[in-house]
Write a protein that binds this ligand. Structure first.
Ligand code: PFF
Length: 480
């Protein structure tokens, strides 16, 4: 496997890295996903939010640092970064599997992420050219259902979005990814502040905040705890190689600890602000927030129709969502593209379009899973639900668990200290949290939520790994 790292780009400065990582973190997760998961856990929304915040602080922040550490130390795409660090620390090259899981997992997410982003582009386009006009809740639902039932329209906007994301990645790390984030993120933040103020003025902010932070422990619903943790992973882009890939372009002088605190605080702040703005409008216009993945699109257009300046507001809102989704989508594409370019020396533009093609195809299948193929279901989920569930609830947390074990227990303190360079006390705190709290926390949430199924999730992969290990040992002894 190629390990050439000599010609790698480096972000222009520390702030550029903070910006692109916030760009990856803040996306549909904070806007579309947060609002519909919170809406669906009505009664225990406060629990969901608290679990999410606790997981961000206790699991997300330490893992974010660990992923960046691997990327920067390994100076390569996630597969090579894992391989390089494993070799340097005398560990098995099998750890590179974690890099593979990341880069393929990211593409899997991108396939449905791009479809949902396509919905946003569709709504943006319609707000821009004809304005939103849905007078009743039934009309809003009908407009949404019409989009979902039309595979061509869904695929068209999904294609446009894939072209937008691939176009940026094709232009390179600095010329494409960094520049795009530098333009879009400040605009995104500006629009969000404007929207929140506007939302607070015409909507019902107090009810929205009460809804989001209402802690009724007795009303806790099954799945809420795992949802909270899954959301922490999703919204911080963890466990999918994206952060590792971005970390690999980070210069050696930047402090990983301080940088991550900025990223996490900004990500959470923007996320909560989005939630407050969306729910403020939802409640302000007497709508209910429990309509599933279509929540935003079934409620907000109605609010936009009935509020002063609704057309401008709607157009700005969907532009904001597109910027957020775009900066995240490029981070989902980058890990595989960097692997292709580094492994085979292919030109970046070619690698980006070649990677986008199969993802786009899977995305088209996702578009069909809402209509023509909706009867094909696994565990009562269509393809979209299966991909989302698999990535958020399983691959991300389990890969996070493996990363915590790798950095906490296998990499060796010399490398870790050399990369992290925190003051003694802060370092000890972070390292112990990574070694104990993160693995135990992730395992507990799994065991708590999955009950009997937990056995399958843990015992089957553990069994497979054990068999692999035994075969490897036997072969090694035999070949000696
Ligand atoms: N963090 C992004 C969001 O909240 O929309 C989604 C995401 C991006 C997940 C990159 C994973 C990833 F690697």
């Amino acid at each position: 496997m190629s390990q050439s790292t000599s010609s790698r780009s480096t972000w222009s400065n520390r702030w550029a890295f903070i910006l692109v990582t916030i760009g990856s973190a803040v996306g549909l997760g904070n806007i579309w996903k947060f609002s519909y998961i919170a809406g669906a856990s009505e009664g225990s929304v406060g629990i969901f939010v608290v679990v999410y915040l606790a997981c961000v602080a206790l699991i997300g922040l330490p893992l974010l640092m660990a992923e960046i550490l691997i990327g920067r130390r390994g100076r390569g795409n996630p597969v090579v970064a894992m391989l390089n660090t494993a070799r340097e620390s005398g560990n098995s090259p099998w750890w590179a599997l974690l890099g593979w899981v990341g880069i393929f997992g990211a593409l899997m997410i991108l396939s449905f992420y791009s479809v949902v982003s396509g919905w946003m582009v569709d709504y943006f386009w319609h707000s821009l050219v004809e304005g939103v006009q849905v007078g009743t809740p039934e009309a809003a639902v009908a407009a949404y259902d019409e989009l979902m039932s039309n595979p061509l329209r869904l695929s068209f906007w999904h294609t446009i979005f894939m072209i937008l994301a691939t176009g940026v990645v094709a232009r390179g790390v600095i010329g494409g990814i960094e520049t795009a984030n530098k333009i879009m993120l400040p605009l995104l933040f500006l629009i969000l502040v404007l929207l929140t103020l506007w939302g607070a003025a015409v909507g019902d902010m107090p009810t929205a905040l009460r809804f989001m932070f209402n802690l009724k422990v007795e009303a806790i619903k099954p799945g809420v705890v795992l949802d909270g943790m899954g959301h922490a992973f999703f919204s911080l882009s963890l466990g999918m190689g994206a952060i590792m890939a971005y970390g690999s372009y980070l210069d050696k002088r930047t402090s990983i600890g301080n940088t991550c605190v900025w990223i996490v605080v900004a990500g959470v702040f923007i996320g909560l602000l989005c939630g407050a703005a969306i729910f403020s409008l939802t409640f302000g216009f007497d709508l209910t927030p429990d309509t599933g993945p279509g929540l935003m699109l079934k409620t907000l257009p109605l609010a936009f129709t009935h509020m002063p300046g609704g057309r401008v507001f709607a157009t700005l809102f969907f532009l904001f969502v597109i910027f957020a989704a775009w900066t995240s989508a490029i981070s989902l594409l980058e890990p595989f593209v960097s692997w292709l370019t580094e492994r085979y020396g292919i030109r970046r533009a070619r690698a980006a379009w070649a990677t986008a093609l199969p993802v786009w195809l899977l995305g088209v299948a996702v578009c069909l899973s809402f209509n023509d193929w909706s009867e094909y279901r696994i565990f009562d989920r269509n393809l979209f639900g299966v991909l989302d569930h698999l990535a958020t609830r399983f691959i991300m947390p389990l890969s996070g668990l493996a990363i915590a074990i790798y950095v906490g227990w296998r990499l060796g303190k010399v490398i870790v200290v050399d990369e992290i360079r925190l003051k003694q006390r802060a370092f000890t705190l972070w390292f112990n949290v990574l070694r104990y709290v993160v693995p135990v926390g992730i395992s507990l949430v799994f065991l708590y939520e999955l009950g009997g199924t937990a056995l399958l999730i843990y015992v089957v992969p553990a069994g497979i790994l054990l068999v692999f290990f035994i075969i490897k040992q036997v072969l090694r002894d035999w070949l000696k």
